[in-house]
Design a protein around this ligand. Structure first.
Ligand code: AMP
Length: 306
């Protein structure tokens, strides 16, 4: 199948409907563009598993709490299109907020509150606490994208751990699609790939390695048998508090099976370590499910892990 690119929502919706009517399985990878190897890994997995692969490239204003961050978010759609075609993607599309939500804008040009989708309990704490309204924006656009594309399977990255819980909740409520959470792709040094890394200098990239190094140290402690939540959390936050060029936002552990907004205490059965920090001009996040390595997860219901 040849590569198709649409600059608006309606023809993309039509294209997806036609593919489904032909009985094809449809893999979907939602992105905000400035594509890197992390995104491409999701696309390649979809190409492997599905008859057709659709990628959205949309910098969703609803999920930005900082207008400056939205404005400076890197964009390069032509280069994205070349990378997607090479990876075997069949359809790339973008759109505008009014195209995604044609009947939901008031006279002031704002999205009506009724159009917003609840992100559920996993939005509480950490990213949800640091970025007001972020996960409502994520849940709203993901829900709408699922309506537009009607994917069989949707591919997301473990890199955005808390987001992956919210996406699974949105999919579980709708009864589809099957959500596939893929491992975090990193540089050889360990830095999690991110579109925001483009804005780091060489020196800041080196400083940013403190995040993955702290996660690796916490993972090593877990593998040695440490299960105490406070001890694991301390092992994660201490090196980051001391790291040059790193302004720590949070370093926390959570039960990997059950999200809580509060820090857990006592012994843990399963554990995900999560960090967020400002390095130079950008805010970076990373996480690791301790003892698990970079496993893949397929989910039909909210919160289930495979
Ligand atoms: P974004 O364009 O940042 O909204 O990301 C689009 C999708 O790519 C999300 O599901 C992210 O979790 C995923 N993603 C971003 N960075 C990585 C990475 N380094 N490895 C794997 N997936 C990623």
């Amino acid at each position: 199948m040849s590569f198709t690119r649409y600059g608006s929502v309606a023809p993309a919706e039509e294209w997806c409907r036609a593919a489904l009517e032909e009985g094809k399985t449809l893999g979907f990878v939602p992105t905000m563009g400035a594509l890197h190897e992390g995104h491409i890994a999701l696309v390649e997995r979809s190409v492997e598993e599905c008859d057709v692969t659709v990628v959205s490239v949309f910098v969703n204003p609803l999920q930005f709490d900082d207008p400056g961050d939205l404005e400076r978010y890197p964009r390069d759609e032509d280069s994205d299109a070349r990378a997607l075609e090479e990876a075997g993607c069949d359809l790339m599309f973008t759109g505008t907020l009014p195209e995604f939500f044609p009947r939901s804008f008031d006279e002031m040009g704002s999205l009506e509150p009724g159009a917003l989708v609840s992100p559920g309990p996993a939005a509480e704490g950490l990213e949800g606490a640091s970025r007001s309204g972020h996960f409502v924006g994520v849940a709203t656009i993901v829900h709408r994208l699922f309506e537009v594309v009607s994917p069989t399977r949707a591919y997301f990255g473990r890199k955005d751990y808390q987001q992956s819980l919210i996406v699974k909740e949105v999919a579980a409520r709708r009864g589809s699609p099957l959500v596939v959470i893929c491992p975090t792709v990193r540089t050889a040094e360990g830095l999690a790939r991110s579109s925001r890394n483009e804005r780091l200098s060489e020196a800041e990239r080196t400083d940013a390695l403190a995040l993955s190094e702290a996660l690796a140290a916490c993972d090593a402690l877990w593998r040695e048998g440490e299960r105490d939540a406070e001890a694991l959390s301390r092992a994660l936050s201490r090196p980051l508090e001391a790291a040059p060029g790193v302004q720590l936002d949070y370093a926390a552990v959570r039960d990997a099976e059950r999200w809580t907004s509060e820090d857990p205490s006592g012994p843990m059965g399963s554990c995900v370590a999560l960090v967020a920090a400002r390095v130079g001009p950008v805010r970076l996040i990373d996480n690791l499910v301790l003892g698990e390595g970079e496993a893949c997860e397929i989910s039909l219901g909210a919160g289930s892990r495979a």
